[in-house]
Design a protein around this ligand. Structure first.
Ligand SMILES: Cc1cc2nc3c(=O)[nH]c(=O)nc-3n(C[C@H](O)[C@H](O)[C@H](O)COP(=O)(O)O)c2cc1C
Length: 236
């Protein structure tokens, strides 16, 4: 009888301890696991980093800086950067790879080089897998790349040419991510030409609410919606 009572007490104690250990894991799994956001950034002259720091502060995200081991300073560095971007070349970066497993939301921030992603960011995307991750791209550049989107087919040839050229580049940004397993959600752009730091911060901060909304939908929900739309299209 005494043995039996001890077993009962022991069982009770073990149950209480197990509950105490498990409850924090259950209640905090959202904070420590699936909804964490990582910002991945490369910046040659500091503007993309400014955008990254702004989003980091407002989204409570982690930040990973990609360093280019190639010297990109001065005129020669500029020319080399343009050449590498134009020909879709890779470069030596650090880190080459990162453990993305704790994150389901990824924001990639890059300067635009020749209407493409900067070479270090392109290299990083190709070196890593983004399966199951929702990816948002934020680019910084001299001009607002969306201004050409305004032109329809009645616009003069040159404007239509630029519109289609930039559309092609924008699609290639998306395809870098999807080719490496990511779920591409949206592309935001911050114009930086002759823009004071304070204004870059303000322009970046304007995207915060939209980014929060974008990430409020899970990959599973998006995939469900995609297959619903595909089914509707198939039934037509
Ligand atoms: C090689 C090179 C090519 C660039 N090409 C473009 C371009 O095609 N369109 C654009 O709007 N800005 C272009 N820029 C300007 C940068 O995208 C812009 O200054 C950016 O905000 C710099 O970011 P960072 O300070 O983080 O390096 C180019 C800059 C470099 C170095």
């Amino acid at each position: 009888m005494k043995i039996l009572r001890m077993n009962y007490v022991q069982t009770l104690i073990i149950t209480v301890i197990a509950t105490l250990l498990l409850v924090p894991n259950i209640c905090c799994s959202e904070e420590t696991g699936t909804s964490k956001t990582l910002i991945i950034v490369y910046s040659r002259t500091g503007k993309s980093m400014l955008a990254a720091q702004t989003l980091k502060a407002q989204l409570n995200a982690d930040l990973l800086e990609i360093k280019d081991l190639e010297d990109r300073s001065g005129t020669l560095g500029y020319i080399g950067a343009g050449y590498d971007a134009f020909f879709d070349r890779h470069t030596a970066i650090a880190p080459q790879k990162a453990d993305l497993s704790p994150y389901s939301n990824i924001i990639i921030i890059s300067p635009i080089w020749n209407w493409k992603l900067s070479t270090p960011i392109h290299t990083f995307i190709d070196n890593n897998r983004f399966d199951g991750k929702q990816v948002i791209m934020v680019t910084t550049g001299n001009n607002d790349i969306r201004k050409y989107e305004l032109y329809d087919d009645s616009a003069p040839f040159l404007k239509r040419f630029f519109r289609d050229y930039i559309r092609g580049k924008s699609q290639s940004v998306r395809s870098y991510v999807t080719a490496n397993g990511g779920y591409f959600i949206k592309h935001y752009h911050v114009e930086t030409l002759e823009t004071p730091d304070k204004e870059i911060i303000t322009r970046t901060a304007k995207h915060v609410e939209n980014i929060k909304n974008d990430f409020s939908v899970t990959t599973a929900q998006r995939e469900q919606e995609d297959s619903r739309l595909i089914q509707i299209a198939g039934n037509k």
